[in-house]
Design a protein around this ligand. Structure first.
Ligand code: M6R
Length: 369
């Protein structure tokens, strides 16, 4: 039931604060330590892991790309992320010490299933991050961490993505906890920040009317580019994927640092470019670099749509439109910066008269290779 919303996608976007909170529920102890006994992988085995490999498709793959930053930072384990459809065809190097994480909303995606079967044949442990109880991928995995997004009906994935991110952060922190790396004030702090994130998502959702208005004004555009850096880069990819799926528009996501290596040639008068700006705190080098990118593309006529943290005024001189997101620790930022991009794509689909829940040519779960 759509519960009064215009579409399931509208409803599922709105449900994200609850989905995030539900995915954290019962998994953080009163002392801030993580309780993930449900994984049933003994800590001793987690200490033996020497590499993490994430396999997934589409939006779940983007969650994996973001997970890499968190896993490598918090566990100091190397992490590869690969499209499930490519994985087994390149003879990947795997053994009993590799931990393979398969991310899937439906738990029925054939490419992801075949990738995990291949990993198990090589003797690797497979951990599924999945939203659908009892589906094939968790059944065939050694362990599962369920996301508690509730049923996702719209073909375009929204709330499942946010909860996949939460699950990935939990796994990364848990691995760090089990391995004793970086487990201290920093990680406890992150757990506290995670507990606040549902409220931050709620705040973003409360201020989306300007994004909808902007989307409506772009209904006639042919192409939209998305730029990001660090964890903002997969967010840019996800923003572009949503727009393709829903608005049937040409959209591409780029790492902002790649601009000069090619994509800047696409920039022309009036081209809408969405830029996901990292926090000016912490990694401020990246922030400054992306502000120069915004300046460069604006000088070439781009219409700049900037997603930036509250209080980040450095972007103002070069932004045609600013979308504000709450101050959030860098690694967790995708949980808030993705939301305006979902709303943007959804509204553009409506403005272009497209079927929001059932985009043409797509199926909710892709059960063939
Ligand atoms: O069910 P899964 O998470 O395995 O599905 C993976 C992709 O097919 C899925 O994320 C797809 O890209 C969505 N339509 C994106 O909105």
């Amino acid at each position: 039931e759509k519960g009064g919303y215009a579409s399931f996608m509208h409803k599922e976007i709105a449900e994200q604060p609850r989905a995030v909170a539900d995915t954290l529920l019962g998994r953080i102890g009163a002392d801030g330590a993580l309780i993930l006994d449900e994984l049933r992988i003994p800590a001793a085995e987690l200490r033996e892991v020497d590499k993490v490999v994430v396999v997934a498709c589409g939006t779940a793959f983007h969650a994996g790309l973001i997970a890499k930053y968190a896993i490598e930072h918090w566990t100091r384990l190397p992490c590869e992320v690969e499209l499930a459809s490519e994985f087994r065809y390149r003879d990947p190097i795997l053994d009993a010490r590799s931990l393979v994480i398969a991310i899937s909303q439906s738990g029925e995606t054939m490419d992801t299933l075949m990738a995990l079967r291949h990993a198990r044949e090589q003797g690797s442990r497979v951990l599924a991050i999945c939203n659908t109880n009892g589906s094939t991928i968790p059944r065939e995995s050694d362990a599962v961490l369920y996301t508690h997004a509730g049923p996702e009906v719209a073909v375009a994935s929204t709330k499942a993505f946010l909860t996949q991110l939460v699950a990935c952060y939990l796994v990364a922190l848990y691995l760090g906890q089990a391995r004793g790396t970086k487990w201290g004030d920093e990680v406890l702090g992150v757990v506290r920040d995670l507990a606040d994130i549902a409220g931050a998502v709620e705040r973003v959702l409360g201020d989306m009317e300007p994004v909808r208005e902007l989307a409506r004004s772009l209904a006639g555009a042919g192409t939209v580019l998305f730029l990001g850096r660090h964890v903002g880069y997969p967010v840019a990819l996800e923003g572009a994927l949503k727009l393709k799926e829903l608005a049937y528009m040409h959209a591409e996501g780029f790492a902002a640092g790649e601009l000069k290596h090619g994509p800047i040639a696409l920039v022309e008068e009036g081209l809408p470019v969405v830029v996901v700006v990292p926090s000016p705190r912490g990694r401020c080098v990246l922030h400054d670099k992306i502000v120069s990118n915004i300046q460069e593309i604006r000088a070439r006529g781009a219409r700049t749509i900037v997603i930036a943290e509250e209080g980040d005024d450095a972007v103002l001189p070069y932004a045609d439109h600013v979308v504000r997101v709450p101050v959030t620790p860098t690694l967790l930022q995708p949980l808030v910066t993705t939301v305006p991009l979902q709303v943007f794509a959804c509204e553009l689909a409506v403005a272009r008269g497209n079927e929001v829940d059932q985009p043409r040519n797509l199926a909710k779960s892709v059960t063939v290779e």
